[in-house]
Ligand binder design. Structure first.
Ligand code: NAI
Length: 316
C-alpha cells in the first residue's frame, strides 16, 4: 500500500472552519499539504461572518505541526473566489487541490422559496464553487496538475423534500464537475463530486419531523452505526480524490456512515421506434416499460459518448 502524501501540494478547502471542511483541511495538512483554510464564519443559514472559525482551524493545524493560512473571503462573490486563490498563491506559490465545501442551508417547501433564499443558496453553493474553481483552474492548467472535489448532495442526486433550491444548486455542481473533468483531462486535472452524509450544524435548518425521521433511521442501525455519522468518516474519500494516487475523474461518490460507493447517471437500453415518422404518444406508452427498464444500461462519459451508445442501440 503506497502512502498518500501531499508534501509540496497546496490545498484550498472552502468552508473549512467547522464540520466536514475542518476534517478535510486537518487531514490534508496532516499528510503534508499547505492548506488555505477558508471560512466566512457565519451561521448555518448564511447570516453573519467572523474570522474566528477559519483562524481556529488554521491554528489547530499549525499546533499539530502542519502548514495553514486562514482566509475569510466569501466564496459567493467573484472577488472572494479570486481572493481565496490569491491567498494560496501569495503564501504558497501554487494551487494543486480545491475542495469546494462551503455552504449554508435554508430549507423551505417548494411553494415558499423566496428570492432571498434562492439567491443565497445558488450564490454560495453553485456560483461559489465556480468563483473559487475558475481562478484555481487557470493556475492548475499552467501547472499541468490539479484535483477538484465538489461537495454535492444526495438531496440533488436522489431528492429530498424541502430542499429544492439547495438540490438545484448541488445538482449544478454535478454538471460543472462533468464538464470540467472533460476540459481538464488534457492538463492533468481531475474532478469528482461527493454526496456526503455526516451530522453537522446544518441540521438546525431542517424540518423537525424530517430530522426526527433521519434520527430514527440512524437509531435503527443500533450497534452497526458506531460513530460513522461523524465527518471523519467522509474524509478518507476526499483525501483519496485530492491525491495524485486518485485514478478517478468525472465521477460521483457517496460517503455515508462508513459506506463508500459510486453514484452515476446512466441511460437504459431503451426502445427505438421507427425513424421515418415519429410515433404517437400511445405507441410510446405501450413501450414505456421497456423504456424505463434499467436491467441493461450504460453510463455515458460525455454527450458524444451517449450519441455513440444511441447509434449502437439503433444498429441492433
Ligand atoms: P457546516 O455548516 O459545518 O460547514 C459549512 C461551512 O461553510 C461553515 O463553516 C460555513 O461557515 C462555511 N461557509 C458558509 N458560507 C460561506 C461562504 N460564503 N464563504 C466561505 N465559507 C462559507 O456544514 P457541513 O455539514 O460540514 O457542510 C459542508 C458541505 O457539505 C456543504 O456544502 C454541505 O452542503 C455539504 N453536505 C453536507 C451534508 C451533511 O450530511 N453534513 C450532506 C450533503 C452535503
Amino acid at each position: 500500500m503506497t502512502a498518500i502524501d501531499f508534501t509540496h501540494r497546496v490545498a484550498i478547502v472552502t468552508g473549512a472552519g467547522g464540520g466536514l471542511g475542518r476534517t478535510f483541511a486537518m487531514a490534508l495538512a496532516a499528510r503534508g499539504a499547505s492548506v488555505v483554510v477558508n471560512d466566512l464564519g457565519g451561521r448555518f443559514d448564511g447570516q453573519g461572518s467572523s474570522p474566528g472559525m477559519a483562524d481556529g482551524v488554521a491554528e489547530e493545524i499549525r499546533a499539530a505541526g502542519g502548514t495553514a493560512v486562514a482566509n475569510y473571503d466569501s466564496v459567493a462573490t467573484r472577488a472572494g473566489g479570486e481572493g481565496i486563490v490569491q491567498t494560496a498563491l501569495d503564501k504558497f506559490g501554487r494551487v494543486d487541490i480545491v475542495i469546494n465545501n462551503a455552504g449554508h442551508l435554508r430549507n423551505a417547501r417548494f411553494e415558499d422559496i423566496d428570492d432571498d433564499t434562492l439567491d443565497s443558496i445558488i450564490d454560495v453553493h453553485l456560483k461559489g464553487a465556480i468563483y473559487v474553481t475558475q481562478p484555481a483552474y487557470k493556475v492548475m492548467k499552467r501547472q499541468g496538475y490539479g484535483r477538484v472535489v465538489f461537495m454535492s448532495s444526495a438531496a440533488a442526486a436522489f431528492g429530498n423534500p424541502q430542499q429544492a433550491a439547495y438540490a438545484a444548486a448541488k445538482a449544478g455542481l454535478l454538471g460543472i464537475m462533468n464538464v470540467l473533468a472533460l476540459e481538464g483531462s488534457a492538463h492533468g486535472i481531475q474532478c469528482n463530486a461527493l454526496l456526503p452524509v455526516a451530522t453537522s450544524r446544518m441540521e438546525a435548518a431542517m424540518d423537525p419531523a424530517q430530522l426526527a425521521a433521519f434520527t430514527a433511521q440512524y437509531a435503527a442501525l443500533g450497534e452497526k452505526l458506531g460513530s460513522s455519522y461523524l465527518p471523519e468518516f467522509v474524509t478518507p474519500l476526499v483525501v483519496y480524490l485530492a491525491s495524485e494516487a486518485c485514478s478517478s475523474t468525472q465521477a460521483i461518490y457517496s460517503a455515508a456512515l462508513g459506506r463508500y460507493a459510486r453514484a452515476f447517471i446512466g441511460v437504459s437500453e431503451g426502445w427505438a421506434g421507427p425513424r421515418d415518422n415519429p410515433v404517437s404518444a400511445e405507441v410510446l406508452a405501450e413501450h414505456f416499460r421497456q423504456i424505463r427498464d434499467i436491467g441493461q444500461y450504460s453510463v455515458p462519459a460525455s454527450l458524444s459518448d451517449e450519441f455513440a451508445i444511441i447509434e449502437r442501440t439503433l444498429g441492433h
